[in-house]
Design a binder for this molecule. Structure first.
Ligand SMILES: C[S@@+](CC[C@H](N)C(=O)[O-])C[C@H]1O[C@@H](n2cnc3c(N)ncnc32)[C@H](O)[C@@H]1O
Length: 398
């Protein structure tokens, strides 16, 4: 059996020795601490085969080399990390049912055993959602849906030596706390499977509810025109275009990586014709040129995390995702306020703005809105599936 706990631990240690970012002279000059010294589960950095492994392009390096980030960003807290809206409905609710017997050969290993051993390794390293991660990775290597691994079957699936090596490589990425979505290179959102590439924001399950709210407002309109501010991977716009064959979307993002990924996802899904992707930053008082001056709906899941909360996000987020996709400034409202101002200008009376926000925002925003000269009225606050006040719905009044 190739997958031996001591084996990967030694391999990880050797990888860490050669790849630890803090050993790089540039990183050292910047005062970057070795992540392993503060976060024992990040001993090495490994990238999936499809992605570049160069130090300069590694998200962790990019994060610590971003000039606007203060040094404390790198000092990840040891206390339990905040999970950014975990879908609490189904994580780790599954149990492996195949290959419970522990037999193996030098050339192949039973899938149940591989999943079990890697789950133990991930668990031991305190990697969240260990079982789920192990199952997803093994299923990905086998090219089967994860449900295949959970099926109560008498058929024994084995992994070849080559597949085991591939499993080991991807599990090492997970041990380095790379999000599963980046390791697999794709993830399901709403009715779509989207390509995922670091550091573009990984769509969260809550946002599927934002799509549902948008669909409810758009159904009945003949050829609705939608503006999305901060499109990331394109999840919201593409889900809307997929569900509404007559709709047209304009998707804006300040990140070049997000713009490229949205375009790639649109092309993969055959939705490019009805989508215009605009690169540019939306701020109070400025926005990139848009193809239309009026929209039937403005929707946005903007960066809304309060700066004080950013320090507590999971290592997966801290090290791999673009923190500018999350950072909403001191009160989390920096981009939210800009979106409100532009929605005021771009929506005709009676049309809707939908925003995903932090649960404190439904309490903070109305007071700010009252002082502005914006014809937007808060009509409803919707809870997410964790019963958090997550979505704000505004209507353009005049
Ligand atoms: C929380 S992510 C949401 C991504 C995607 N809509 C989703 O739900 O998965 C926010 C996105 O807004 C983009 N963004 C942040 N500030 C922005 C700004 N001022 N103007 C335009 N886009 C911005 C980020 O690059 C990021 O892709």
């Amino acid at each position: 059996m190739r997958v031996v706990a001591g084996g990967w631990a030694r391999w990880m240690a050797s990888r860490h020795h050669t790849t630890c970012l803090a050993r790089h002279p540039t990183a050292r000059n910047m005062g970057v601490q070795c992540p392993a010294s503060t976060l024992c589960t990040v001993p090495s950095i490994a990238m999936p085969p499809s992605q570049s492994c160069s130090l300069m392009t590694h998200p962790a390096y990019r994060v610590c080399s971003s000039k606007w980030l203060p040094q404390w960003w790198w000092r990840v807290s040891r206390k339990p990390a905040r999970c950014l809206h975990t879908d609490e409905r189904n994580l780790d609710q599954v149990t492996p049912s195949m290959g419970e017997q522990s037999s193996s050969s030098s050339s192949s290993s039973m899938v149940g055993e591989v999943v079990k051993l890697w789950t133990q390794s991930l668990d031991a390293a305190e990697v969240p959602e260990a079982l789920l991660s192990a199952q997803h990775i093994v299923a990905h290597i086998l090219g089967v849906p994860r449900s295949e691994l959970q099926r109560d079957s008498t058929v024994v699936i084995t992994l070849t030596e080559q597949q085991l090596e591939e499993v080991e490589r991807l599990m090492t990425c997970r041990l380095a706390r790379m999000p599963l979505q980046y390791i697999l290179g794709e993830w399901d959102f709403h009715c779509l499977t989207l390509k995922m590439v670091p550091p573009v924001f990984i769509p969260r399950p809550e946002t599927e509810q934002l799509v549902e709210l948008a669909l409810a407002r758009l159904r009945g309109l003949e050829a609705p025109r939608v503006l999305e501010i901060g499109c990331g991977s394109g999840a919201i716009s593409l889900a809307l275009l997929h569900a509404l064959p007559q709709a047209e979307c304009v998707a804006v993002d300040q990140s070049k990586h997000a713009v490229e990924l949205t375009e790639a996802n649109a092309s993969r899904l055959g939705l490019s014709e009805r989508l215009t992707v605009v690169a540019g930053k939306v701020t109070i008082g400025a926005r990139p040129p848009l193809p239309h001056s009026s929209y039937d709906l403005v929707v946005s899941n903007p960066p809304y995390v309060l700066r004080k909360d950013l320090m507590e996000v999971q290592p997966e987020i801290m090290m791999y995702e673009d923190l500018r996709a999350l950072d909403g400034g001191k009160d989390g409202l920096e981009v939210v306020k800009a979106v409100l101002q532009h929605a005021h200008l771009l929506l005709p009376p009676g049309q809707t703005l939908l925003l995903e926000v932090d649960p404190c925002h439904p309490y903070l925003l109305p007071a700010w809105l009252e002082k502005q000269d914006l014809s937007l009225k808060l009509v409803q606050v919707h809870q997410d599936f964790n019963k958090k006040e997550r979505f704000m719905e505004f209507i353009k009044t005049s």
